[in-house]
Design a binder for this molecule. Structure first.
Ligand code: EPZ
Length: 422
């Protein structure tokens, strides 16, 4: 077993280089199978979710090589639409993108219901609604979703919920469907635009990604391409919040500042200085008690739900009482129990957490409940005086490349320790 051991209290100074976006990579990598020839994908983050996804592609018959750090070359010419089993999907929610790709390319797909972080119910009804609108027959037997269609035909689909996954999956299934598909009430996250740009690099005809209406004109064939994935908005936001929480002067490099606007604005509400450059943001903070504020998570361009645990951790030492409203997921406050072990004063009532600032968090042994909650525990350890250990860090490895190296380089006292489980 492994854990992080953190001795908190150090200010952070220096530069952190951001890796490619996990949630873009997890859609783009399976989408490369449409080419049936080589695609070269650059700026791929070296994280366990990407390794899990490449294992699934190899199982389907794709050739996936990693000629250099951050680069995958994928050749889908020998891919077959095999069933993606529960053993593979339980580790990776994004496995459901294989439904859209295999249905779109082969007219058939069988993918076990997905796993991933647990924040309450995580349905896929909108994905299925989109596939059926395109003419597919979709059934679920033994927890495997089966989708088949002789010929997908364009349609207009109104998503009842703004869903990143459903928007991307319907886009994937529609990319070769005859005619013009329109997705309305689409999600607008940067990784959706990245997927559309990647598919268009392969010869697709997708317009409007990044707005709530996406139009996809089906094409006959898609070809190989070379593509570089956008920087990870959430990784960048996590380190911005870490710098704000402990104090210092940190340049977060290789970012698209526009993707970080909602996080920047919220940090400025708390009294933190954020200076935007072309491809970086600089966070300057005294690290003393941030101003209390109100945060509500909404789909992009609002405040990202994937930044909620990290930001709530920053607010644990705010001056006054802050409010955090989680409006995307049913139950994303499980991590609060871990923060309470460190002395946080948080009351959770339904979708709202009331955080009354305390002077200091106290070091303690805590666990990562999920990927972003784990990142929040790291921030809490950096904030607290003394030694904090964070367990279950394999969940953090899913989405953060070289976290220890990146934080150590700017002055954090954090190490990865192996220990025997009792
Ligand atoms: C993606 O999950 C991300 N995961 C999540 O990030 C992120 O929290 C989420 O989008 C919201 O931004 C990946 O991209 C791999 P949704 P996804 O479909 O697609 C409801 C991380 O930390 N809904 O946008 O599963 C759903 O219950 C992870 O990187 C339906 O009701 O999220 C939720 O309330 C955690 N029916 C809301 O929509 C559906 O068919 C948003 O979910 C689909 C979703």
């Amino acid at each position: 077993m492994e854990k992080y051991v953190i001795h908190g209290g150090n200010k952070l100074n220096g530069t952190i280089n951001i890796s490619g976006a996990k949630n873009a990579a997890l859609a783009i990598i399976p989408a490369a199978l449409f080419a049936r020839e080589k695609c070269r994908i650059e700026n791929v983050p070296d994280i366990s979710d990407v390794r899990t996804m490449t294992k699934i592609l190899r199982y389907l018959g794709a050739e996936v090589s990693n000629p250099e750090k951050g680069v995958l070359v994928i050749d889908g010419k020998n891919v077959k639409p095999l069933t993606i089993t529960d053993e593979m999907t339980r580790k990776l929610r994004a496995s459901y993108y294989l439904l859209g790709v295999l249905l779109g390319e082969f007219g058939q797909a069988a993918v076990a219901l997905p796993g991933g972080c647990y924040f309450g119910v995580r349905p896929v009804d909108q994905h299925i609604k989109g596939f059926e609108a395109l003419g597919a027959t979709v059934s679920t037997e033994n927890a495997v979703i089966n989708a088949t269609c002789d010929e997908l035909v364009a349609s207009s689909i109104y998503l009842d919920v703004v869903s990143v996954g459903a928007t991307m999956n319907v886009m994937l299934a529609a990319v070769k469907a005859k005619g013009k598909t329109v997705i309305e009430n689409a999600a607008r996250e940067p990784h959706i635009v990245d997927l559309a740009n990647f598919l268009n690099s392969m010869g697709a005809d997708i317009r409007g990604a990044g707005t709530e209406v996406i139009k996809i004109r089906g094409v006959e064939e898609l070809h190989g391409c070379t593509y570089s994935i956008i920087p990870d908005q959430i990784e960048a936001g996590t380190y911005m919040v870490a710098a704000a929480a402990v104090g210092g002067d940190v340049i977060i490099n290789n970012v698209i500042p526009k993707h970080l606007e909602s996080i920047t604005n919220k940090l400025e509400d708390c009294g933190v200085t954020v200076i935007e450059e072309d491809e970086s943001v600089r966070v300057i903070s005294e690290g003393c008690r941030p101003r209390a504020c109100r945060v509500k998570t909404t789909p992009h361009p609002g405040f990202p739900t994937d930044m909620q645990p990290q930001f709530a951790t920053l607010l644990c030492t705010c001056n006054g009482t802050s409010t955090v409203v989680e409006d995307v997921w049913d139950n994303r406050f499980k991590y609060v129990d871990q923060l309470r072990r460190m002395g946080a004063n948080i009351i959770v009532n339904g979708d709202t957490a009331l955080i009354t600032g305390v002077d200091k968090l106290h070091a303690a042994p805590v666990e990562a409940d999920d990927l972003r909650a784990g990142a929040a525990m790291v921030i809490a350890g950096l904030m607290a005086d003394g030694e904090t250990s964070v367990g279950n860090i394999k969940l953090i490895d899913r989405g953060y490349e070289d976290l220890v190296e990146k934080l150590t380089a700017v002055g954090a006292d954090i190490s990865r320790v192996t220990f025997e489980e009792d």
